[in-house]
Design a protein. Structure first.
Length: 130
């Protein structure tokens, strides 16, 4: 009795860990199984400016359609990690693309000891203004 209960607990714990770390585990699953279950990987990198524009990563202030797509830009697209972070902020905070970019930018500034106005947060910093 305890054997089956322990076995069930271990299987449940394993299932929870696999679900929690599915972004890391999905790379070890054979490709034919991944194709059979497309929901295993809910993130695929947006590799071109066209893909990123279709995903909503464009606005009137940050127009990649006119600046990159129509001009035939040969670069791969925006930074993959940055676009994923902006998309996560958009989904989590329910904000627009521009607002998510601002939230991400302010977080980067805060990590580097700079407040949103651009001034250093270090009390010993000497700044000069006219």
């Amino acid at each position: 009795m305890f054997f089956y209960l322990s076995l069930a607990a271990i299987v449940a714990l394993l299932a929870v860990f696999i679900y929690r770390y599915r972004a890391t585990v999905v790379h070890y699953i054979p490709e034919r199984i991944q194709l059979a279950f497309p929901t295993l990987s809910n993130y695929s990198p947006l590799s071109s400016f066209s893909d990123q524009a279709r995903a909503g990563l464009t606005s009137s202030n940050f127009d990649i359609e006119s600046n990159n797509i129509r001009e035939g830009d040969s670069r791969a697209g925006l930074d993959v990690a940055g676009t994923q972070e902006v998309m996560d902020i958009m989904r989590r905070e329910r904000v627009t693309f521009d607002q998510a970019r601002l939230i991400r930018h302010n977080a980067i500034l805060a990590r580097n000891g700079i407040d949103p106005s651009g001034m250093p947060m270090d009390s010993k910093a000497v700044t000069f203004s006219r």
